[in-house]
Ligand binder design. Structure first.
Ligand code: SF4
Ligand code: SF4
Length: 234
């Protein structure tokens, strides 16, 4: 199970400062287990966003936001509500926020910080990856994770070593993560987000909290990763 914790409401509203209208989508999978999701969360966020003078064009709860097919089907049924909004506020782990961003042509803003995935990148993992940094910055990076897409986990733009064909200088087989972020911000008309300086990371937040390390579930998830079941013999 992915462990998340809520961002302060003031931080969420600051991220949404220039959006006049917002669609709210929550994951009713892991965040509910962490007591940061579900209908209560949607109601609280709706009240906070409206209280800041913004229009809420609609809301939805989806079982697992890491499942892009499900996100596409469910949001496709209410596409008018989604596209009427300037930004989509997403209550899920970083994998879910990126999955929503890859399915809707809107800016996505995270409402939660991901603190532990137990090496579990969603139930239906796609190309989206979260590095459990505990300080999600997807609001300013076009909904793409700089921690996992950039080989150096830079959060304030390119290192200067990107190749002529947009490849990463550290691993030339991969495209530069910040080139991808630049291209996404351009598509969204939000290149100015690149000018925002993101504070230095607090490395302590990348450590898995003791309270989670001590759970049986965490031990099981880690042992599954370290000791995968042998392939069955034909
Ligand atoms: S910025 Fe990346 S690593 Fe950090 S919580 Fe968001 S998706 Fe995860
Ligand atoms: S080339 Fe791009 S992805 Fe590679 S380390 Fe530099 S900024 Fe990061």
């Amino acid at each position: 199970m992915n462990a998340t914790e809520p961002k302060p409401t003031e931080e969420i509203l600051e991220s949404l400062a220039d959006a006049k209208s917002v669609f709210i989508v929550g994951c009713s999978g892991c965040p509910v287990g962490c007591d940061v999701g579900g209908e209560k969360w949607v109601d609280e966020m709706t009240a906070a966003v409206r209280g800041a003078g913004k229009d809420v064009t609609g809301s939805a709860l989806i079982e697992l936001l890491c499942n892009k097919a499900l996100v596409g089907i469910k949001l496709g049924r209410i596409v008018e509500q989604v596209t009427a909004a300037e930004a989509v506020l997403v209550g899920s782990c970083g994998v879910g926020v990126q999955a929503v961003g890859n399915m809707v042509a809107r800016r996505t803003v995270p409402a939660l910080n991901t603190i532990c995935l137990g090496d579990y990148q969603g139930l239906w993992p796609g190309e989206e990856r979260c590095g459990e940094c505990g300080e999600c910055v997807l609001a300013y990076t076009g909904g793409l994770c700089p921690i996992t897409l950039c080989a150096k986990s830079l959060v304030n733009g390119q290192c200067g070593g990107t190749g002529d064909n947009g490849e990463c200088e550290v691993s030339p087989d991969h495209p530069c993560g910040w080139k991808k972020i630049y291209d996404r911000l351009k598509e969204l008309g939000r290149i100015d987000d690149m000018r925002r300086m993101i504070d230095p990371r607090d490395a302590r937040k990348r450590a898995i909290p003791d309270a989670i390390r001590r759970t049986t579930r965490y031990a099981l998830e880690v042992s599954e990763q370290e000791d995968p079941a042998p392939a069955s013999e034909e």
